[in-house]
Write a protein that binds this ligand. Structure first.
Ligand SMILES: C[S@@+](CC[C@H](N)C(=O)[O-])C[C@H]1O[C@@H](n2cnc3c(N)ncnc32)[C@H](O)[C@@H]1O
Length: 296
């Protein structure tokens, strides 16, 4: 079973159990919780709204997320993987339910060479290449098995290719670079090197498009933390809040616009983009960065 799929399944079960009104009522009758909150939530310091939010996420979200599978984006991409296993298809479905790929695709330029770093099974690169035939899309990922499956989706199309990259990928010169849910999986020192490589390879006036998660909403942050912990079997993740990542990008010479992407999912998506009209500080000195710079 795909690890992300398993993570969501386990978390959803927890969410349903914790938000079940009857359990809450029983806890109150037993005098465990006097304030009307589930004892676990109050002990963890959550506000009374938490249970309502959780219930909303558990039911409304489930319906809306499943509804997304009927979207053209998902249908058009998933049919490129006819020979993929059921679990890979389930993973694709899950990614499309969680991540607003359509909204991200809309901000990528419609022509030129686009590189998608940390592209996984090639879902976002494929969406770009399908929607904009004038783009030359290149996807890369550190995971060779994922890239093999991505390559199998190419067929006879000529505007898309994939390659396996190192922890700090060597990128071709390009007009736009996208990183969808990549940075929190990369150790800080390598993450900074990846961003420096991005800056070197983006043509003047090129676009940088990053989608990551914010750390500010505690419930969503915990959900994402638990999701990644289960999906990566406890591998470390390195989350940066919106402000910290903006600062880091500024220090590296990018002026970015950070835009929270509201969805009906328990994920605090943020889109960071350097648009064409904003200048890159080309001559800015980027010092060699200590590992703990991200925490600064
Ligand atoms: C959460 S997945 C996102 C995949 C894809 N962007 C998507 O939206 O479906 C993160 C991906 O980043 C890849 N990754 C992690 N570290 C990387 C690195 N240093 N360079 C390239 N890819 C990396 C992982 O192999 C994984 O496929």
């Amino acid at each position: 079973m795909s690890s992300d799929f398993r993570a969501i399944l386990v978390l959803s079960c927890f969410a349903l159990i914790l938000s079940k009104p009857r359990l809450l009522r029983r806890a109150q009758l037993n005098g465990v919780s006097k304030g009307g909150e589930h004892p676990l939530w109050s002990r963890a310091g959550f506000k009374p709204r938490s249970r309502i939010h959780l219930t909303k996420f558990s039911f409304v979200t489930a319906i809306l997320m499943v509804h997304k599978l009927r979207s053209n984006d998902f249908q058009d991409v998933v049919r490129l993987y006819p020979r993929a296993s059921l679990w890979i298809k389930a993973y694709c479905a899950l990614r499309f339910m969680i991540c607003p790929f359509g909204r991200l695709e809309a901000v990528v330029p419609k022509s030129g060479r686009i590189v998608s770093v940390g592209d996984g099974y090639g879902l976002f690169a494929n969406l770009l290449a399908i929607r904009s035939p004038l783009q030359q899309v290149i996807g890369c990922d550190i995971d060779a098995a994922r890239m093999k499956i991505a390559c199998s989706s190419i067929g006879d199309r000529t505007n898309i290719s994939f390659f396996v990259s190192d922890e700090v990928p060597i990128l071709p010169p390009c007009d736009a670079i996208t990183m969808i849910d990549l940075l929190h999986h990369v150790p800080p020192s390598s993450g900074i090197e990846v961003l420096k490589e991005t800056r070197r390879k983006l043509r003047p006036g090129g676009y940088l498009i990053i989608k990551d998660v914010d750390t500010l909403t505690r419930g969503k942050y915990l959900w994402k933390y638990a999701h990644d912990w289960l999906a990566t079997r406890g591998a470390p993740c390195y989350y940066l809040g919106k402000t910290e990542l903006c600062h880091l990008l500024q220090r590296l010479g990018f002026t970015v616009l950070a835009e929270p992407l509201k969805t009906h999912t328990p994920y605090a998506h943020v889109l960071y983009r350097r648009t064409k009209n904003e200048a890159v500080v080309q001559d800015r000195e980027i010092s060699s960065t200590p590992t703990n710079e991200l925490a600064a």
